[in-house]
Design a protein around this ligand. Structure first.
Ligand code: TPP
Ligand code: MG
Length: 367
C-alpha cells in the first residue's frame, strides 16, 4: 500500500536518464581515460583530501598484503579475495557519501569494510577464524557485517548483493530517511538475471540506490570481452532508463566526483544510478589463482601507469610539497595498525565449540 502511495509521488525522470546514457556512449578505455584525466579539468582535491585518500587507500593495500601473507602461512583458510588495485573505488565513493549511507558488496570485501570504518583487528580475526572476528570467527572472509558501520556484507553468491542492495534502497525509501544504498558488484556479476530484476524495481519505485559496477576486466579467469555482449556497463540500465557513467576507477578524484553526482541523484528521489568503475585487480581472483589468463606485462603496466595510490602520492609530493618523511610516517602508522591486527588475529582464541549452536535459525525456532 505504501508502495503504491509513494510511487505516485515520484517524478518521471526520462530526461535525466537519456542524458546520462548518451554521455556514457562516448566513454574511453581506462588507459585512454587515465591519460585524458591528467589533462582534463578533473576536480582537484585539497591537501587534506589527498592525505585522507592516501591514508585510507594505503590502509587497504597494506591490510590486503598482510592478509595475503597470512594466507600463505596457513593462518587463513577457505577463500580469500584481495582488493589490491581497486582501492580508489571504495574510498572515492565513501568520500562522496554521508553517514548513514549503506554499503553492500560481494566476496572481495575487506576494502569495503575498512572504508566504512570497521576495525582492522575484527576483520583480520574473522579471516583467521578467531572469536574476536566480526562474525565471532564463524563466517570468514565473505561473511562479515556491521550494522553500526552500515556494512551489509560480504556475499559469496555472485550477484546476490544486488537484490539485497535494492532492498536496502527500498527500506530507505519506505522510511524516508534520506539514506542511499551503495551496491557494489563485479563485471561478471553484471550478467546475472537478478541484477536486471533489481534494476527494474529500483527504477520503477525510484529507490535511492547507486549501483557501483567494479569492472576489473575479469570474472575469475574470464576476460570481460569473452563473457559480456555489452562491455559498456554504464549502458546496462538503458532498458530501465537508469542513467549511467563510465568512470576512471583508478583515479580517486574521478570516483568521488562521479559518486557525488550519482548519490545526489539517488538521494533527491530521482531513483537509481549506475557507475561503471573501470578498475583492475593486481592479484589473482582469489589466493588460489595463479592468474595465467593474462600477461605479467598487463599487470605491470597497470601498476606502473595507473596505480591509484601512486597517483595520490605523486600529487602529495609534487603539488603539496609533502616531505618524504611525512609520507613514511603515515606508512609506519598504517603498518603498526596492520601488524597489530595480524598479531591479534594470530593469538586470539578460536570460538568455543558451543558457538556451533548459536546464531543459527534453529536457535530461534526452539525459543
Ligand atoms: C551464483 C554464483 N555463480 C558462480 C559463482 C562462482 N564465482 C565466484 S566469483 C565469480 C566471478 C565473479 O566475477 P566479478 O563479478 O567480475 O567479480 P570480481 O571477482 O572480479 O571482483 C564466480 C563465477 C558464485 N560464487 N556464485
Ligand atoms: Mg571482475
Amino acid at each position: 500500500m505504501a508502495v503504491a502511495a509513494r510511487k505516485t509521488k515520484a517524478p518521471a525522470q526520462a530526461k535525466t536518464a537519456t542524458k546520462g546514457a548518451a554521455k556514457a556512449s562516448s566513454a574511453k578505455t581506462p588507459a585512454e581515460k587515465g591519460a585524458a584525466n591528467a589533462l582534463s579539468n578533473m576536480p582537484a582535491f585539497t591537501r587534506e583530501e589527498d592525505l585522507h585518500a592516501y591514508y585510507e587507500m594505503l590502509l587497504i593495500r597494506r591490510f590486503e598484503e598482510k592478509a595475503g601473507q597470512m594466507y600463505g602461512m596457513g593462518l587463513i583458510g577457505g577463500f580469500c579475495h584481495l582488493y589490491i588495485g581497486q582501492e580508489a573505488v571504495v574510498i572515492g565513493m565513501q568520500m562522496a557519501s554521508k553517514d548513514g549511507d549503506q554499503v553492500i558488496t560481494g566476496y572481495r570485501d575487506h576494502g569495503h569494510m575498512l572504508a566504512t570504518g570497521m576495525e582492522s583487528r575484527g576483520v583480520m580475526a574473522e579471516l583467521t577464524g578467531r572469536r574476536g572476528g566480526y562474525s565471532k570467527g564463524k563466517g570468514g572472509s565473505m561473511h562479515m557485517f556491521s550494522r553500526e558501520k552500515n556494512f551489509y556484507g560480504g556475499h559469496g553468491i555472485v550477484g546476490a548483493q544486488v537484490s539485497l542492495g535494492a532492498g536496502l534502497g527500498f527500506a530507505n525509501w519506505y522510511r524516508e530517511d534520506g539514506r542511499v544504498s551503495m551496491t557494489y558488484f563485479g563485471d561478471g556479476a553484471a550478467n546475472q538475471g537478478q541484477v536486471y530484476e533489481s534494476f527494474n524495481m529500483a527504477q520503477l519505485w525510484k529507490l535511492p540506490v547507486v549501483f557501483v559496477i567494479e569492472n576489473n576486466r575479469y570474472a575469475m579467469g574470464t576476460s570481460v570481452n569473452r563473457a559480456s555482449a555489452q562491455t559498456d556497463f554504464s549502458k546496462r540500465g538503458l532498458s530501465f532508463s537508469i542513467p549511467g557513467e563510465q568512470v576512471d576507477g583508478m583515479d580517486v578524484r574521478a570516483v568521488r566526483a562521479a559518486g557525488e553526482r550519482a548519490i545526489a541523484h539517488a538521494r533527491s528521489g530521482k531513483g537509481p544510478y549506475i557507475l561503471e568503475m573501470q578498475t583492475y585487480r593486481y592479484r589473482g581472483h582469489s589466493m588460489s589463482d595463479p592468474a595465467k589468463y593474462r600477461s605479467k606485462d598487463e599487470v605491470q603496466r597497470m601498476r606502473e601507469e595507473h596505480d591509484p595510490i601512486e597517483q595520490v602520492r605523486g600529487r602529495l609530493t609534487r603539488d603539496f610539497k609533502i616531505a618524504e618523511d611525512e609520507l613514511k610516517a603515515i606508512d609506519a602508522k598504517i603498518r603498526e595498525i596492520v601488524n597489530d591486527a595480524a598479531e591479534f588475529a594470530t593469538h586470539d582464541p578460536e570460538p568455543d565449540v558451543s558457538e556451533l549452536f548459536t546464531d543459527i535459525t534453529l536457535e530461534h525456532a526452539r525459543a
